[in-house]
Design a protein around this ligand. Structure first.
Ligand code: ADE
Length: 231
């Protein structure tokens, strides 16, 4: 039996997962609500982290240090950067980067702080395979293993998207996964990001996001359920 930490930024992104778990304990730490219980044969701790890199980092560290999770799954929605990705498609992270990290003025490459070892945080290959296999059960939905770029910005313009694609060759953009990747790396805990595309086209990102976020979250929740069953 594993203990799986699941992080979702927003209520829409965690409510389905919570409804499928057998929740045994609810605790508030650092203002986040942690739901512990079981799902299938596994122990699960689910947290709604709130939006952004700091929130998700704190939530991830609590899951690792206090709940002793064996690995982290970050679920939710993302904006598509790769033109192959349509709304509702799934991205499973091969790796993740923080696109707003910038010490280029002092000679560092984009995405890297002076004291960091890496730019791209590798996801756990086993979790990637499980995510990819699980997504095959969603009819009409493509699964794509790719690079997730994260930053403390909602990326809503073509210009912003192009910069991230050009600099990092990223496939999807959101606001937490790269930070969770760094926390996982620092603690040597396996992780993966599973994101369903909620907005694909460039300048309509804001409007698309609002209408598709629920469907996208449903896809991501289904996928995690399959992963847990196949662990
Ligand atoms: N999450 C979903 N869509 C996003 C976007 N376009 N930018 C940042 N985070 C997102």
């Amino acid at each position: 039996m594993y203990t799986i930490g699941i992080i979702g930024p927003m209520e829409e992104e965690i409510e389905l997962i919570r409804s499928k778990m057998k929740v045994q304990k609810v605790e508030k730490l650092a203002n986040f609500t942690f739901y512990s219980g079981t799902w299938d044969r596994q122990r699960v701790v689910l947290v709604r982290s709130g939006i952004g890199k700091v929130n998700s980092s704190v939530a991830a560290q609590i899951l690792i240090a206090l709940y002793r999770v064996d690995f982290l799954i970050n679920s939710g929605v993302a904006g598509g950067l790769n033109p192959k990705l349509k709304v509702g498609d799934i991205v499973v992270s091969r790796d993740a980067v923080q696109h707003d990290v910038d010490q280029t003025a002092i000679g560092e490459p984009p995405g890297k702080f002076e004291d960091a070892d890496v730019i791209y945080y590798e996801a756990d290959p086993r979790l990637v395979r499980l995510g990819e296999a699980a997504a095959k059960g969603l009819p009409g939905v493509k699964v794509y293993v790719g690079r997730v770029a994260s930053g403390d910005q909602f990326v809503g313009t073509d210009e912003q998207k192009q910069r991230i694609v050009k600099t990092f060759q990223a496939d999807a953009v959101e606001m937490e996964g790269g930070a969770i990747g760094q926390v996982a790396y620092l603690n040597q805990v396996p992780y993966v990001i599973i994101r369903s595309i909620s907005d694909a086209s460039a300048d309509a990102a804001g409007a698309e996001y609002k209408s598709f976020v629920k469907q996208a979250a449903r896809n991501a929740a289904y996928l995690i359920e399959q992963m847990i069953q196949n662990l």
